[in-house]
Every structure is written in C-alpha cells, then in structure tokens.
Design a protein around this ligand. Structure first.
Ligand code: 7TS
Length: 415
C-alpha cells in the first residue's frame, strides 16, 4: 500500500465524525497517534452524554417517575448493547465499572482474595501485562499467600506458549493474560490459554483493554471466565469500563464495593447481596458514561469490527514499511501484522523516547513515550522506555507519512 492508495475504509468520512481532529496543535494539523492510551470521541458519543444531562438525567433503578424510567431504560439498553458486542450469553454477565483497572481489581479482590483462593494457590500471568493486570494480583499474593508465576516471551515478542507446560499445575487457580499487548501489539492465543487453564480446573481472566476496541471479540468462543475492558479506549467516555464474567463466576465472587443498590436487604450488621450484575454496582453508577459507551458500540458496529481490524492491519503494515526506511528506526514486536494490533513501539538510534515525543509534538504529532505501565516488559526488552505510535479508525497513511517526516526531523536535531 502507498499513502495514495485507497484504504478499504472511507477514513475521510469517519474523520468528519470526530470534532477534535479538525484542530491544530502548535499551528499544525493534529496527528493523533496515541489511541492505545485513550481514543478520540465521535460527535454522536459526545452528544449522547450532553443529551443525558439535558433531557433525562435521573438516578437509575430507583425512581418511579418518567425521567428515572427513561434513564434506567437507556442505561440497561447500553448493557444489552455491550453484551451483544462481546457475544455474552446475557446482559447479566456485564458489570459496569469505571475501567479495566477497576474490573481487574474487582476480580482479584472478589474472586481471589475474598472469594475462592487459598494460601498455596497459584496465579499464572505473563511478562507482557499492563501494571493493572500485575498489581491487583500482588495484593492477592501479599494478603493471601498465593504464589504468582509468569510466562515469558520470545525475543521477537510472542508469548512463550511452551512455558505453560511447566507453569500450569494442579495448584493453578487463575491464568491471566492480556489479549493484546499495549506495548508490542502482540495478540495472544487466549482461546488456547483458556483451554489450558480449564484442563486443571483454573479460571482464565483476560485483559481485553487493547482488543475489544480493535477487533471482534467473542467471549463464548474464547470461553474465558472473566474479561475486562475500558470505554474510553473504544470511542466511549472516560470513567466507564466493563467487567464481563460468566454468570456462575459472578455468583461466586464477592463485591468490592458495599453501598446502595447492591443489596437485597440490610439489617444492622448484616446484609444480603442483590442479584448479578447489580451486586457489583454499589452506589450511583456512571449513567452518562454507560449510555455514551452504548453509542460508541453502535458507532463501531456501524463501521463493522472486521473493517476496523482490517484498517488497522493495513496501517500497521504500511507504517512498518514506511518507518522502516527511516535511519535507526527499530520496531519492537512481531513482524507478522496478522498476529499484532495497531500499536508500534520503537526506538530511533539512541535518541531518548521522551525527546522523540517532544520533537514530534512541535510537528503536531502526538505519540506516547515511556514505560507504558509495563515495567516488567521493559525489563524483559532491556530498555527503560520506548516511543509508541498507535492507530485507530480515524488514522490515515498520510499521517504515517507525517510521522516518518517527523522522525527524520528528530534525527536532524540529534545529528
Ligand atoms: N490493560 C491494558 C492492556 C492497557 O493497555 C491499559 C491501559 C489498561 C489495562 C488500563 O486501562 P485503564 O482504562 O483502566 O487505564 N493502557 C494505557 C496505555 O497503553 N497508555 O495509557 C494507558
């Protein structure tokens, strides 16, 4: 592909839906290449949040008046849309949280620490997790005497599947893995890993923060027990996330938050929990956020998740080719774009990633630099930090060209 060749998707049409993409940064048109951190929002999502507050703001599940009924209908409608989007069996398997981070903490606390785990049990994770799928399990280790183990990675960025032969044992209770690495883009074989977990009676917890926004994800096909993702990375508002759990798993899990609406009855000193998913949604939820996420799901469905994935695969392929011509450009991760998402971490000679990002910023180009909340992975790669460009539905090959030109400027500055 060249930048002039037509992408399968009509990106220019998509871009018109994103108000922020018309702005300039430092006098130049914005090139936003940090969607793995957070995605930009289409106008329909922005409007849906404003519409909630302008037209039917009321607390859900409790008001016996029209506004409350409308708010409840829209909030529960969003749960149904999310359930269908990930192919859950029922909306009861979808819990609204604030983020992937909260979802994984809820699992580690409610299923691990307070629920089903005993001292001596084991959690098998990987070296390529985001901190939010490391640290919650450290709590279970520290407070429950559970042992943590990690599958390693090949030098080119694939999970070492053979490690599971040794790591998964009769003591394993949880196998957890990121579906798609936020640093390398590596897409992990979560179906196979779930199968391995189930063979020893363990559960599988999937961090889908970087997969659900970018590809079709079917929780029944994966057969995972829990799966977590964030609304803000999939064109939705911030402050809304999802915890998917098989209904049986959610039944046996303890709630992280006590409070209003998560109970069936309360007496002084005791309480009985509400049904799932409500027992995990104590207090007034992020109603506008959930409704906005439902609209983001509609928007993504309007494009089609297979198209979204194809577009990002095309762009990644084009970027690896184009940036590969820049002197000193070194991408991390697999070369095969069918096994990776639209995330490219890279180094540029010996220029520090923060310097790369600062110089690109002057050109109006937003990329991320740092450890990407994956310090154990940085240790494995033997680098303190990387620069990272990440793509979404609104990015174009011309933007990749601008990134390449920006990197050449970086080299001039450091020549
Ligand atoms: N898991 C993965 C794989 C992620 O990429 C992130 C966020 C999270 C969990 C946490 O999501 P949150 O919505 O709860 O914050 N990743 C990034 C990133 O790569 N740059 O900024 C945030």
């Amino acid at each position: 592909m060249t930048s002039k060749q037509k992408l399968l998707m009509n990106v220019e049409r998509v871009r018109e839906d994103f108000p922020i993409l018309t702005r300039t940064v430092r006098g130049k048109p914005l090139v936003y290449l940090d969607s793995a951190a957070t995605a930009q929002k289409p106008k329909v999502v922005i409007d849906s949040v404003s519409d909630f507050f302008s037209r039917y703001n009321a607390n859900v599940h409790r008001a016996i008046y029209e506004l409350g009924e409308e708010a409840t209908r829209e909030y529960e409608g969003a749960r149904e849309k999310v359930a269908q989007f990930i192919h859950a069996r029922s909306p009861n398997e979808v819990v609204f949280t604030k983020s992937t981070t909260e979802s994984i903490n809820a699992i580690a606390y409610g299923w691990g620490l307070k629920g089903k785990m005993k001292p001596g049990d084991e959690v098998v994770s990987t070296v390529m997790e985001h901190h939010s799928n490391h640290v919650p399990w450290f709590f279970v280790q520290d407070y429950k005497g559970v042992k943590l183990k990690w599958a390693g990675m090949t030098d080119d960025g694939a999970l070492r599947m053979e490690d599971y032969d040794e790591l998964i044992t009769k003591w394993t209770k949880v196998v957890t893995v990121t579906h798609c690495s936020n640093v390398l883009g590596t897409i992990n074989p979560v179906e196979e890993i779930t199968k391995r977990a189930h063979e020893v009676g363990a559960i599988c917890v999937v961090d889908a923060a970087q997969s659900v926004p970018h590809m079709s994800v079917d929780v029944q096909k994966i057969d995972c027990d829990f799966l977590a993702f964030s609304g803000h990375k999939m064109l939705g508002p911030t402050g809304i996330g999802v915890l998917y759990g098989k209904e049986d798993r959610l039944q046996e899990m303890e709630p992280l938050m006590g409070g209003g609406e998560m109970i069936r009855e309360v007496h002084l000193g005791t309480a009985k929990w509400n049904d799932v998913p409500f027992k995990f949604e104590g207090g007034t939820p992020n109603m506008a956020g959930a409704i906005g996420l439902g609209v983001a799901v509609d928007y993504l469905n309007g494009i089609g998740m297979d198209q979204v994935r194809q577009h990002e695969t095309d762009l990644t392929e084009y970027a690896l080719e184009t940036l590969g011509d820049v002197k000193g450009f070194h991408p991390f991760g697999l070369r095969d774009v069918s096994r990776r998402g639209g995330v490219i971490s890279f180094s540029l000679g010996d220029v520090h990633p923060h310097d790369i990002a600062s110089i690109l910023d002057v050109e109006g180009i937003a990329i991320r630099s740092g450890h990407h909340c994956a310090q154990p992975l940085m240790e494995r790669l033997n680098v303190p930090a990387t620069a990272r460009a990440s793509f979404y539905v609104y990015n174009t090959p011309e933007e990749v060209d601008r990134l390449a030109a920006g990197l050449r400027k970086v080299l001039e500055v450091f020549a």
